[in-house]
Design a protein around this ligand. Structure first.
Ligand code: ATP
Length: 309
């Protein structure tokens, strides 16, 4: 039951227009709204929210594979004003940490706290206004680029939308589109490339000004240079925010205030880029490996990525 609810919610969160598209299936929503997981959320709406995240001995297995824990006794903190990068090999459990932080699932053991209170105590709308996730494959809906950026925030002045787009290095390509900010972002075939959609999604997240911002491989389709630009801008606009970045390209982690290394569902190293290089552990080996990969075939890692337009 829990699993079904989560899947539906994941769908809606990732595809905001699905809710409309399947509006006829009222039963699903009735089901969702009555589901135990939704009911389990509290009604905490504190006036002051700093965005301090604590994973406390979190152990988690997906409902479909209850005997295979993906996270094992994971503890870490994400602090306001800090950018934390979560790195590690494929299937280490990085995205799983994000799903848990987004309340898609509940850990079997341990706790996730926000400002010292269980993540489940916060009221649903409040929670989503404070925590924003940008994932790797953002889906835009069939409205203008402007509406896609200001989605859910009502009629905002165009200037605000433009400011957010500039931070996300999206303003340049948007003004080059047929109808600029009025261009339909959802036209068949998709006028926008993945890299452009990613930047629109980042602009959308920044405009909401969330206290906690999670970027799950959110800049993967950008070339290294553009990725660097976007990240620097996001970090500069996040002085008071708690930022969690999940990155396959380790160059993305270099700028972070702190790096957490997750391997086989456990945190194995923690420190700055420099500290971890000096330590000579798995992070430094991963960096070495990625550098060698670049030298061997400098095009392979850039494949499918786009130049800044
Ligand atoms: P990547 O870098 O490849 O994205 P990751 O570190 O983000 O990997 P996760 O996506 O968190 O890893 O996956 C961790 C493990 O959990 C993997 O073994 C994966 O197969 C498994 N897993 C992920 N999602 C589910 C799911 N919905 N149901 C069952 N198992 C899952």
């Amino acid at each position: 039951e829990l699993q079904f609810t989560s899947a539906v919610e994941v769908l809606f969160r990732m595809y905001p227009d699905v809710r409309k598209a399947v509006g006829a299936s009222e039963k699903i929503f009735e089901y969702m709204d009555r589901s135990p997981r939704i009911a389990a959320t509290g009604n905490l709406v504190p006036e002051i929210f700093k965005g301090h995240v604590t994973f406390q001995n979190v152990t988690f297995a997906y409902p479909s594979r209850p005997d295979t824990p993906v996270l094992k006794d994971v503890s870490f903190q994400l602090r306001p004003g800090e950018v934390t990068a979560l790195v590690g090999p494929s299937a280490a459990g990085k995205s799983t940490c994000v799903w848990l932080l987004e309340r898609f699932y509940q850990p079997q053991a341990g706790k996730i706290l926000l400002d010292g209170k269980s993540i489940w105590e916060y009221e649903q709308k409040y929670f989503h206004s404070k925590v924003a996730l940008v994932s790797q494959e953002p889906v835009l809906f069939g409205r203008s680029v402007r509406e896609n950026i200001s989605y859910g925030l009502g009629d905002l002045p165009l200037d605000d939308v433009i400011t957010a787009a500039k931070y996300a290095s999206a303003h340049g390509f948007i003004t080059g589109l047929k109808d600029g900010y009025q261009t339909d972002a959802g036209e068949k075939g998709g006028q926008l490339s993945v890299g452009q959609k990613q930047r629109v999604a980042i602009a959308r997240a920044l405009l909401r000004d969330p206290q906690i911002l999670i970027l799950d491989d959110a800049t993967s389709a950008l070339d290294t240079e553009t990725e660097h630009l976007v990240q620097t801008a996001v970090y500069n606009s996040s002085q008071h925010r708690t930022v969690l970045v999940i990155a396959h390209r380790l160059s993305t982690a270099e700028q972070a205030d702190r790096i957490l290394v997750l391997e086989g569902g456990q945190i194995t190293e923690e420190g700055t880029h420099q500290e971890l290089l000096e330590k000579g552990g798995s992070y430094s080996r991963m960096v070495q490996k990625q550098l060698q990969g670049f030298q061997k075939d400098s095009t392979s890692d850039e494949e499918g990525q786009e130049k800044h337009v």
